[in-house]
Design a protein around this ligand. Structure first.
Ligand code: ADP
Ligand code: MG
Length: 594
């Protein structure tokens, strides 16, 4: 449980501020994350890493010379938004292109994928290398479905070292892909982790047991087995990794023994000793190993072991100089002007009356977005007024359900669906308040959708945000805003959601509630029902379909690796969708009455 906290909403921002103040010679704060204190040399490839927070030193600790140029830092366990990733990338782009690297999670893929698309339209050369090192998350035949855990650090390091020595983007990408193809991790959890502000852990491991195949977002392991002594545990974690030795691998390996947050360093050394011994017994040579908290999961009790099978070019990069808050290796050549001026060091900054906000290292902290403005028809402005009401009511309804949605998401996912939805909807309401009253439906829902995606993080936030913006855009273009226009806008919003998230019916996602809603709404409108009755029919079908997702096995998102646990429980995203459309119907009934 988090003891040092001001307010869960600002936990990540305050933590990043503190990190930068403590290391202002290495890092500076940018809007959406952290970047190297010194600008990249012109023409250098910018390696931008990222993901949710809660994993320190993943991922801000991977920023510095010989490593990444910047890290985009989302909320706890939630993907950063597209807007955030663009802001961070813009801070470090130096003319050599951008290589994004991050763990393979649906939310991150959606947000970074959209970032890549937008930067490309501006002419920036953007590449992406997903990390897929977790062997417990999918079988070897489906490496592309595996998630990224502690092996993130190996891939980021190779990409960053390659970029830092001046390699062109094709080469940086090739080496990062090679590193990922040769990196494998397996972990084990002894106890769950607790989100800042929450009182209950996301999962519990039964007394005397350990949970093999942990995720780093509080996803529980794949199977529980009795606790083992350190020598046995070393074999349990190592042997599956050795079985997946890549074809043609040499006998030299980089080794990471990683703590997940609540295991003491001395225990890690005990495990390290046995892992090392076993590797030597297998005729392997351990090169420049790391042992400590490298990619954590808040206060989770757990460890993971990572092997990166080296070849000459990977070994050279793995051992090259680096200087980040997580790793110092060799002696990177530094520009003399890059040294901080006396008194600029963050270690001295936040004392006495001097507020940390005045430190130059924090100059780029998260900014408030400003309100846009476009002209709109009277009907569109009226629709925007209704939409404001609906967003407020949806927020209130989700607030009531947030704990239950979180619990549902914790069964096989990461437990953040309730807080994520609530944060997203609160952001839509703030955005709606900030735009001028005479704004049209298109502009309102664009601002609200962007705010939702930006603040919620996570897969559902990205999808809801994009779908909401699309819904508003279709209504704005419609000559009149009636039931048929709403049905058309729902269909187009669903198409956008599918385009972004790639889900198919039956994958156990919110789509499985959205599609029946859409069909019921459409057929009611077509048979002459008014919008309120059509919404009633749609909400009824959405609730029924959300319940029915209990029987499905998840094929998308964070719940997929633990599909079996999910059976018998409805999909959290489908349930929250049903709550929102039910609320929409109630609000429309109420408005009609008054
Ligand atoms: P995250 O999975 O990133 O933690 P949330 O917990 O907020 O995000 O949302 C989880 C929900 O998102 C799932 O229950 C599911 O309904 C929905 N979801 C996940 N992936 C997809 C996808 N690819 N397409 C549609 N919906 C998805
Ligand atoms: Mg979740």
């Amino acid at each position: 449980m988090t003891k040092i906290i001001t307010d869960p909403d600002v936990f990540v921002a305050e933590s990043l501020d503190g990190l930068v103040l403590a290391h202002s010679d290495i890092l500076r704060r940018v809007d959406g994350g952290v970047a190297r204190a010194q600008a990249l040399p012109a023409g250098q490839v910018a390696v931008v890493v990222g993901g949710g927070s809660g994993h320190y030193p993943g991922f801000a600790g991977a920023v510095g010379e010989g490593f990444a140029a910047a890290a985009v830092c989302g909320n706890i366990f939630s993907s950063p938004s597209t807007a955030q990733a663009i802001r961070v990338a813009d801070e470090v782009e130096a003319g050599g292109g951008i290589l994004f690297s991050y763990g393979n999670y649906a939310g991150d893929v959606i947000h970074f994928g959209e970032t890549e698309r937008r930067l490309r339209t501006r002419g920036v050369d953007v590449r992406t290398v997903l990390v897929t090192d977790d062997i417990a998350s999918a079988p070897a035949e489906h490496v592309d479905q595996r998630r990224g855990i502690a092996g993130d650090l190996c891939v980021f390091r190779i990409a960053g070292a390659s970029a830092s020595r001046g390699d062109a983007i094709d080469e940086v990408e090739r080496l990062a892909l090679a590193a990922n193809a040769r990196t494998r991790t397996l972990g084990v959890a002894f106890s769950g982790c607790t989100l800042p502000g929450a009182t209950e852990p996301l999962f519990r491991v039964p007394e005397g047991m350990m949970s093999i195949g942990l995720g780093i977002h509080g996803e529980p392991g794949i199977r529980d087995v009795p606790l083992e002594t350190a020598d046995r545990l070393a074999l349990t974690l190592l042997h599956p990794l050795l079985e997946e030795r890549p074809h043609g691998a040499s006998d030299r390996v980089a080794l990471l023994v990683n703590g997940l947050g609540a295991v003491t360093q001395e225990e890690l050394f005990v495990l390290f000793r046995h892992v090392y011994e076993e590797l030597v017994r297998h005729g392997l040579t351990v090169v420049a190993p790391l042992c400590g908290d490298l990619v954590t999961s808040l206060d989770m009790g757990g460890v993971s072991v990572t092997l990166m099978w080296l070849n000459d070019e990977l070994e050279e990069l793995w051992c090259s100089p680096a200087r980040t808050t997580a790793l110092v290796r060799g002696n990177p050549v530094r520009q003399a002007s890059a040294l901080p001026a006396p008194g600029e060091s963050g270690r001295e900054a936040p004392t006495g009356s001097r507020a940390p906000t005045e430190s130059p290292a924090l100059a780029g902290r998260d900014a408030e977005p400003s309100a846009p403005r476009r002209s709109a028809s009277a009907e569109s402005v009226h629709a925007a007024t209704v939409a404001r009401d609906l967003l407020g009511a949806a927020r209130d309804a989700i607030a009531v359900e947030a704990d239950a949605l979180g619990a549902l998401d914790a069964i096989a996912g990461d437990g953040d669906h309730g807080v994520g939805m609530l944060r997203g909807l609160e952001a839509t309401c703030t955005a709606a308040e900030r735009v001028v009253p005479e704004v049209g439906i298109g502009e309102l829902l664009e601002a609200a959708g962007d705010a939702w995606a930006d603040r919620a993080g996570g897969t559902s936030g990205a999808l809801w945000g994009a779908a909401l913006a699309e819904f508003g855009a279709v209504l704005e273009r419609s000559p009149t805003i009636d039931g048929a226009a709403v049905a058309e806008a729902v269909m187009r919003a669903r198409e956008r959601l599918v385009q972004l998230g790639g889900a198919e019916p039956g994958d156990k996602t919110m789509l499985d509630a959205l599609l029946p809603f859409e069909q019921a709404l459409k057929s009611a409108i077509e048979s002459g029902a008014d919008l309120i009755d059509a919404l009633a029919a749609g909400a009824f079908e959405a609730e029924r379909a959300a319940d029915a997702t209990a029987a499905l096995s998840p094929k998308r998102g964070r719940a997929r690796p633990l599909a079996e646990r999910s059976i018998g429980h409805p999909d959290p995203g489908a349930v929250s969708f049903a709550v929102i459309v039910r609320t929409t119907h109630s609000v429309m009934v109420e408005r009609n009455r008054t």
